[in-house]
Design a protein around this ligand. Sequence first.
Ligand SMILES: [Zn+2]
Length: 471
Amino acid sequence: MKTRFCVLFMLIFLAPSEMMAQRRKTIVDIIIKGGTVVTMDGSHRVIEQGAVAVKSGRIVEVGKTAEIDRKYAAREVVNAAGKVVIPGLINGHTHVPMTLFRGIADDLDLQEWLTKYIFPAEAKNVTEDFVRVGARLGLAEMIRSGTTTYCDMYYFEDAIADETFKAGMRGVLGETVIDFPVADNKTYDQGLAYSDRFINKWKGNALIVPAIAPHAPYTVSEDHLKAARALSDKLGAPIVIHISETKREVDDSLKAKGASPVDYLNRIGFLNDRVIAAHVVWPSDEELGLLKRLGVGIVHNPQSNMKLASGTAPVPQMLKENLPVGLGTDGAASNNDLNLWEEMDTAAKLHKLISNDPKVVSAEEAFEMATIRGARALHLDKEIGSIEKGKRADLVIVDLDDLNQTPWYNIYSDLVYASKADDVRTVIIEGRVIMRDRRLLTLNEETIKADARRYRERVVQSVGIKTLPED
Ligand SMILES: [Zn+2]
């Protein structure tokens, strides 16, 4: 009798109170729970049995799974038990449609590679359709390897923005302007007008940050560089540019302008805290100080610099002085992939070898360059780069039990030295699942590959490339 009364009591009183507790919970869109959360916040917190609550594209809260469970209920729960949850990786420099020139000409120096192969191949092949096909290929490759934001500079950037937005990916996208006729614009003025329209069209978009990208100080005149800066000032848009990539660029600049590229750009009033400078391989100590004072973002591209033998950027010094330096792949023609995991691994190892000091560029620092420090390089660190309340929900779930990851002791060592792009399982950008369990949800891999192969035939015919085996 007593037991029956108790059961009755629980049915009448406890069940409704449990329901009340459920009702008191805040409803969010997604909760990722049970994983090891590598936050990359100010104190680099790593939360075991962690959870992340996401609503309307933003991170609502991050903490222990038990805490998050008490406060939130979600429409979609993603189980990350036994896995690691990281901020989406940031590819700070690429030319995404150049995936279609992957392997077109390798083992050359920058000048020969650019002038004999890349510029002619671009002149004969680049159209809006080419750019769209190449962008889709690059986007798929980046999403599958856990990149959630990339910084681009190419032609027809409006089409790239359209493809990026449709894929659900985040991008800082710069229309390339240069002092010779290119595929989308025949004069510099046309390029500027295109950039003006392009930036106005995409400004304020949740995923796309439109930018202007004067190619380099050696391919764009002083007046034209100033005009690009004026457009950036007028529209508040970032400027993406290559600076000090090779020793030859520095020597030529000293001869022609009496100043190194960084000094010259500073002298003409070009540099500020909206500039994103790719490479910066050959700066002096004073120039690094200048870039720091002005707040210029820097993107290090270790594999591209190694492949073109451009030199070794002083990254240990940049880190010591807390400069905003991120990591990039550069275009697929000089890398030849868009895989940030390899860049992290290479960055950590290259600088140890060059400086003869295994303590420089630790695994944790390399991971930081691919996440929060990379966000600083793109001037987006208030929005992305770490798993923190209020930031945009760009989250990647990575396996932690593959053979190459087992066993693990230090999470950063495991991520940087042992994990591979294939270990990425699920990708969320702006609170939307873009890849689930390695299946792309916004792009069709088979169609992308078929389209790319079609372009390969055209490229081979247009520039007479020798292929192996011979076609
Ligand atoms: Zn580049």
